[in-house]
Design a protein around this ligand. Structure first.
Ligand code: PAF
Length: 276
């Protein structure tokens, strides 16, 4: 496995590697969810590149950025074990020699759900992903469905920028408890880890109730379930069309997906489930 921290050296090396190139962008603190992205890429491509970069410009909350787990040595060991070909782990100065100024317009897509609660977040994601795409020049890039809105926005980014990259969404990987794998789970305390799987139970409840109850009734049942656990501070529970994230009022209006964001202690968790 080759590890690069400099753009130029990475690009010189990749110039001689076999295509198709699969790319898995990450912020490190790797877990089975990331490894599933890696496995999909390895299956589909000749060369797989994983990037590890905690991107400061996508954090609207400085505390979240400061506390984001950084475990580079462990990550590199794990990637080596899973036969990753190339790792790109740049410094902030390497990615941003100057403070980045790009501004993207994704219309309503980045104003709703996460965008409403984390202003600037998706612009920061688009800045780093677009730069990484131009550096790595992959044929395919892999994103987890856990960050479902991010996946939709990256597809829009690739369309707007006319990039020849296929965006592939990979299913959520869950703990045995149902808790969606996330690097932020490392920050949950023992008691919080007991409560966190209730998010999955609430999503499953929604799936079981869908079609038999109205959309509003299902949303309310999910909120009622989560409210039984006072440690949750819910930000949103929404049911939208999975293709375009537009709200739906009727089950027949599109392929419905339920998305939840809630605080648990000082950790913000998101999860979702396609309902049909
Ligand atoms: O999903 C993530 O880990 C990040 O948002 C990404 C795509 C690596 C960009 O920093």
């Amino acid at each position: 496995m080759k590890v690069f921290t400099k753009i130029k050296e990475l690009q010189e090396y990749l110039a001689d590697q076999k295509h198709p190139i699969g790319f898995v962008p990450t912020m490190g603190a790797l877990h089975q969810g990331h490894l599933s992205l890696l496995e999909h890429s390895k299956k589909d491509n000749q060369t797989t590149v994983v990037s590890i970069f905690v991107n400061p410009v996508q954090f609207n909350d400085k505390n979240d950025f400061d506390k984001y787990p950084r475990l580079l040595d462990d990550d590199l060991n794990l990637l080596e074990t899973y036969n990753c070909d190339v790792v790109f782990a740049p410094s902030v100065d390497e990615m941003y020699p100057e403070p980045p100024k790009e501004s993207y317009d994704f219309g309503y897509l980045d104003k709703i759900l996460e965008g409403a609660y984390r202003p600037g977040h998706f612009n920061g994601v688009a800045i780093v992903v677009n730069r990484l795409f131009h550096i790595v020049k992959p044929d395919r890039a892999y994103f987890g469905k856990k960050d479902y809105q991010q996946y939709i926005i990256i597809k829009e980014l690739v369309k707007q920028q006319n990039l020849p990259i296929e965006i592939i969404a990979v299913p959520i990987v869950r703990e045995a408890s149902g808790l969606a794998m996330s690097s932020r789970n490392l920050r949950l305390g023992e008691n919080e880890l007991q409560v966190a799987p209730e998010i999955y139970k609430a999503l499953t409840l929604a799936k079981n109730l869908s079609r038999n109850k109205s959309i509003n009734e299902v949303k309310q049942a999910v909120i009622d379930h989560l409210r039984r656990f006072p440690d949750f501070r819910i930000e949103y529970v929404e049911i939208v069309n999975a293709e375009n994230l537009k709200p739906i009022n009727d089950w027949d209006e599109g392929n419905p997906i339920i998305l939840i964001a809630t605080w648990l202690g000082d950790v913000r968790l998101i999860d979702n489930m396609e309902l049909f």
